[in-house]
Design a protein around this ligand. Structure first.
Ligand SMILES: *Cc1c(COP(=O)(O)O)cnc(C)c1O
Length: 368
């Protein structure tokens, strides 16, 4: 599905020099590279503030912790997402209210969102799934109208841009009150372990996020709020600085691979290719098709040596962990159907045209 080794080998010299520098400096926590990476990422994202942390799930949790929510407050999120999005909500004693998703973009369906809002609703958490932005203009309009906060789960779409109807463009993750991302190795900007970051334009909120990630302290041993321990270590920051300088070329490689998939798969009528949103650029974290007889196709490909993955096989409300916690206030049938139909094909920066040809030929063979 990914080729992290192939990607590493191409930048091995640069990376090894930086890692060795961290070893020589022995500033394993809070080294200079953490600050340097934060400001370079802020520039790339055109974000007012970047707060690094230990992983993407922590980023989501820290974001929620910063918003002064009370137990029982409701957070609207898509039913079709990675469990982490719902998990942090439940963990903090908040109530995940599930929204259905669009069958085209796979992102939160905004037309029905007003029906999900109650007196206790405080936050909307759109997820920019697979590499493109959720319909953020509608999300922001609703949030403004109902006085809600917006936390973007941007673990999968770093580098994607969303364009508003007035022509203004913003990076995914810098549109809502807080944006969150993950540097898990297989993400579009991945480190060699765990890592994450938060984005906000609000300087006061940034200070609060920074404190929460650091045991609720601003000054050492003076703890003003209950926080947690969540930090990006220096080695990961050093690696991420280098990989950030390649991010645009990595995105271009993914987009080129997606173009070729489209060309190769266009004549297979059992396969629905992923739609590109009018408003968002697509950074192709995943190339996810919808297809007939999905599980059989997956097995067939596996037997030919072609990996594929189902992101995600079970919607949040059907997961045992959340079945008693998550609130359903409307139809979730698209989320349920997608769990039966989606299949993500290998998508990474090192894919070759030959590999893609082999994958496409086998998909064609299966349906013939
Ligand atoms: C990867 C991911 C996360 C969690 O990130 P980690 O760094 O693994 O904690 C959260 N949400 C989505 C949508 C993700 O893809």
């Amino acid at each position: 599905m990914v080729d992290l080794k192939g990607q590493y080998i191409k930048i091995k010299e640069e990376i090894n020099i930086e890692i060795r520098q961290v070893l020589d400096d022995a500033q394993f926590i809070g080294g200079a590279q953490v600050k340097e990476f934060s400001s370079e990422l802020a520039r790339y994202m055109t974000a007012g503030n970047v707060i690094t942390c230990a992983n993407g799930t922590d980023a989501l949790q820290i974001a929620l912790m910063a918003l002064n929510l009370e137990r029982g407050d409701e957070v609207i999120l898509p039913a079709f997402t990675y469990a982490a999005t719902a998990e942090v909500v439940a963990l903090l004693g908040l109530v995940p209210v599930l929204a259905d998703v669009s069958p085209d973009s796979f992102n939160i369906e905004t037309t029905n969102l007003p029906q999900l809002i109650s007196e206790r609703t405080k936050v909307i958490m759109p997820v920019h799934l697979y590499g493109q932005s959720a319909e953020m203009e509608s999300v922001q309009d609703l949030a403004r109208r109902y006085g809600l906060k917006v936390i973007e789960d941007n673990a999968q779409s770093i580098g994607a841009d969303y364009t508003f109807s007035n022509g203004n463009s913003k990076r995914c993750g810098t549109i809502g009150d807080i944006g969150c991302t993950s540097f898990f190795p297989s993400k579009n900007l991945g480190c060699f372990g765990d890592g994450g970051a938060l984005f906000t334009e609000d300087d006061e909120l940034a200070e609060r996020l920074r404190m929460i990630a650091n045991h609720g302290q601003r000054l050492k041993y003076k703890h003003d709020i209950v926080g947690c321990n969540s930090r990006l270590d220096t080695i990961q920051a050093a690696i991420l600085r280098i990989k950030l300088s390649y991010l645009d070329s990595y995105i271009a490689a993914r987009r080129e691979a997606s173009r070729l998939y489209r060309e190769l798969l266009s004549d297979i009528e059992e396969v629905v290719l992923p739609a590109e949103s009018q408003r968002s650029t697509h950074v192709y974290h995943q190339f996810t098709i919808r297809c007939q007889r999905r599980d059989e196709l997956k097995e067939f490909l596996h037997n030919k040596g072609v990996p594929s993955m189902v992101y995600y096989p079970i919607p949040i409300h059907r997961q045992r962990a959340f079945s008693d916690i998550a609130v359903i206030r409307g139809d979730l049938s698209v989320a349920e159907r997608l769990c039966e139909e989606v299949l993500s094909l290998p998508m990474h920066t090192e894919l070759t045209a030959d590999q893609q040809g082999f994958i496409a030929n086998n998909i064609r063979k299966f349906y013939r």
